[in-house]
Design a protein around this ligand. Sequence first.
Ligand code: HEC
Ligand code: HEC
Length: 327
Amino acid sequence: MSKQRLQNAGAIIIAIGFLLFASGCKQPERVQTGVDAYSSFVSADGNISFPADFPNGYVFIGSWAVNGSAGVAEIHAVYTRPVDVSNFNETGKFLDGAVLLKEVSAVLGSAHTTGNASWAEEKKTWFLMIKDSKQRFQPNPLWGDGWGWAQFDPATKKQISTNYKTDCLGCHVPAKHSDWVYTYAYPALGPKGQATVPKDAVKGDHAKDKPDHASAVTGQGAGNNVAAGKLAFGINCAACHSVTSEGTGIGPSLKGVVGRKAGKLPGYAYSPAMSNSGIVWTTENLDKHLEKPKELIPGNRMGNVFPTGVQDPKKRQDILAYLQTLK
Ligand code: HEC
Ligand code: HEC
C-alpha cells in the first residue's frame, strides 16, 4: 500500500467512525421548552394542577397528627418523589422540580387494643409545593421564595390558592431556614432533614388534652364551653388570627369581633369583598362564616386559605363562646 492510499484509507476509517459516532448521537432529540421539561402539571404561565398520577410515582415521607380538643383531629400525610428523597439525602436540598404534597384528612377514632387510636377518614384538602429556584413563572402570584405554592379543593381537585404570600408564606416562616419546609418531621429525608428540629420539641404524649374515644367519633367531638372553644381556636384559627389589639397576622385580630362590622379593623388590609360586605358579626353570621368560609361573603380571602371551615356545629358553638370573651 502506498503512503497515499494508507492516508486515504485512514481518512475513510475516520469518516466512517465519525458517521457512526454522529448517528449514535442521533437519539430522539427532545426539544426542551423549559416548561414541559420542568413539570407535567405546571402550565406555561405557572398555573398548577393536581398531579394526575398521584399517588403513583410518589413516596410517603412522614405525617403529622394535629390535636383538637378531644384528641387527634387531623392527619397530614406528606409525599414526595423518590428522586427528591435521594437528592435531599445527598445534598440536603430540594432541587428544581422537587414536589412536596401534603394530604390533610379528617379522622375517626375509637378504643383499640393499642389504646385510643385514630385513623384517616375523608380528605379535607391537599397542599403542594414545587421547587423553582429560577423564578420561571414571574409574575404569577403562586410563585416566589423558591417555590410554586398551591392548594386543591377536596371535591373538585381544582387549584384554589390565589397568592402564596397571603395564603401560605406567613405560616411557613418558622421553617424559613430550611427552605420553608418542616423537614425534621420527615424521617425519609434523613439526618440532613433532622438538623432543624425545634428546640422546644418534647417527647411523646405532649397534648394537654387526653384522647378519650368511647365509641367511634369524629375528631374534636366533645365539649361545649369557653375552654373547649379556646383549644379549638388554638388549633383552627390562631395560626392566622391573634386575639390582642396589636396582633395582625394573616388574618385580622379577633379581639372584640363579636358585634363588630366586618372588614373594619384599622391597620388590616382586608379584601374589598370583606370590607364592602356590610355584614355585622352577630353570632349567627359568625357561625355561618365559620361553617362555610367561602359562602357568607363570596370572594373573601379566608374562603381561600381556610375553605373547609369548621364542620362540627358543637365546635363552632365552643369557638363562638370563646370569641364572646374577647372583649
Ligand atoms: C395555618 C398555617 C398554614 C398555612 C396557611 C399553610 N401552611 Fe403549609 N404547613 C403548615 C405547617 C405548620 C406545616 C407542617 C405541620 C403540619 O402540617 O401540621 C405545613 C406543611 C406543609 C407542606 C408539607 C411540607 C412542609 O413544608 O413541611 C406543604 C407542601 C405545605 N405546607 C404547603 C402549603 C401551601 C402551598 C400553602 C398555601 C396554599 C400552605 N402550606 C399554607 C402551616 C400552614
Ligand atoms: C389560614 C388562615 C385563616 C384561618 C385558619 C382562619 N382565618 Fe379567619 N380570616 C383569615 C383572613 C385572611 C381573613 C380576612 C379575609 C378578607 O379580608 O377577605 C379572615 C377574616 C376573619 C373574620 C372577619 C374579621 C373582621 O374583622 O371582619 C373572622 C370573624 C374570622 N376570620 C374568624 C376566624 C375563626 C374563628 C377562625 C377559626 C375557626 C378562622 N377565622 C380561621 C384567615 C384565616
